[in-house]
Design a protein around this ligand. Structure first.
Ligand SMILES: NC(=O)c1ccc[n+]([C@@H]2O[C@H](COP(=O)([O-])OP(=O)(O)OC[C@H]3O[C@@H](n4cnc5c(N)ncnc54)[C@H](O)[C@@H]3O)[C@@H](O)[C@H]2O)c1
Length: 251
């Protein structure tokens, strides 16, 4: 039985995670920590799961490192700078052979992880690739982190294959009409009430288009990934890991 504690337990994601852990026969929910609750509630946990907010997550990380508790992080905001900060916290704590494992997962949706992998695999076979991401109107950042990551993976695959920029005869345009440019791959953001979280990768070549589309329709879509992370984190090397790919056998 893996003993699990959830940070942000009363939030939108945290409450669904608590339910998923309660429903899993091999997991035991031993701590539900909300804002202002003492972190000592996590003392009996094998694994903590953080769905709080960017301003809170590093303090939670420090506690887990100090107490040797493995930590799965879903909270967003882990760009390169923040990952380096997390790495320093782990290195200055109990990291090493006996230190805890910390797994940062930018996207727990298995479908989204596969979409990125498929796009990366397909990228070298097509002259052009563009990404369209579509989200609800309350989203603060554009493009989404997943779209930027997808574009970067496509750009790296294209570069490795020796592909240059795709054909584009545009000479006049309204500002932004061709979208953001992430590593040479254009990314278009749509914001509409009624949408949840969706993404299309369009790959074009002579006479054909390959479209890879993923739709997240409910927070339930994240739970198989969260549970895979909770079950699998104990198999990782101590220290910092990023992404679900390794645990899904995709690395
Ligand atoms: N990685 C993924 O796949 C994924 C998916 C969905 C959401 N997220 C991210 O997860 C985070 C949470 O999202 P949400 O929609 O549940 O937000 P939310 O605001 O509904 O929930 C966050 C909860 O954390 C609590 N909290 C804040 N500080 C805390 C602290 N120090 N200790 C304990 N609890 C604390 C808040 O009171 C709130 O209840 C966000 O950063 C979001 O972007 C990631």
């Amino acid at each position: 039985m893996i003993r699990v504690g959830v940070l942000g337990a009363r939030g939108r994601m945290g409450s669904v995670v608590c339910q998923a852990v309660r429903s899993a026969a091999d997991l035991e929910l031993v701590a539900e920590v909300g804002s202002g609750d003492p972190l000592d509630a996590l003392a009996g946990c094998d694994v903590a799961v953080d769905f709080t907010k960017p301003a809170a997550v590093l303090d939670n990380l420090r506690w887990c490192v100090a107490h040797g508790t493995d930590l799965v992080i879903g909270t967003s905001g882990f760009d390169e700078t923040r990952l380096a900060e997390a790495h320093d916290i782990i290195a200055s704590g109990r990291a090493g052979a006996t230190g805890p494992r910390v797994l940062v997962v930018p996207n727990f949706s298995v479908g989204a992880v596969l979409m990125m992998r498929f796009a990366e695999q397909a990228a070298r076979f097509f002259e052009s690739a563009e990404v369209i991401e579509l989200h609800h109107a309350r989203k603060a950042d554009a493009p989404s982190g997943t779209a930027v990551r997808t574009a970067t993976m496509i750009a790296n695959a294209r570069a490795a294959a020796g592909l240059g920029p795709g054909p584009d005869a545009t000479v006049t345009q309204l500002d932004g009409a061709r979208g953001a440019n992430a590593g040479g791959v254009h990314v278009h953001s749509v914001r509409l009430p009624g949408l949840v979280a969706h993404q299309e990768v369009l790959l074009g070549g002579p006479g054909e288009i390959l479209t890879i589309r993923h739709d997240s329709l409910d927070r339930a879509s994240f739970m198989p990934g969260v549970l895979a992370a909770v079950r699998g984190i104990g198999t990782l090397q101590p220290g910092l890991s990023v992404g679900l790919d390794g645990l899904l056998g995709l690395a």
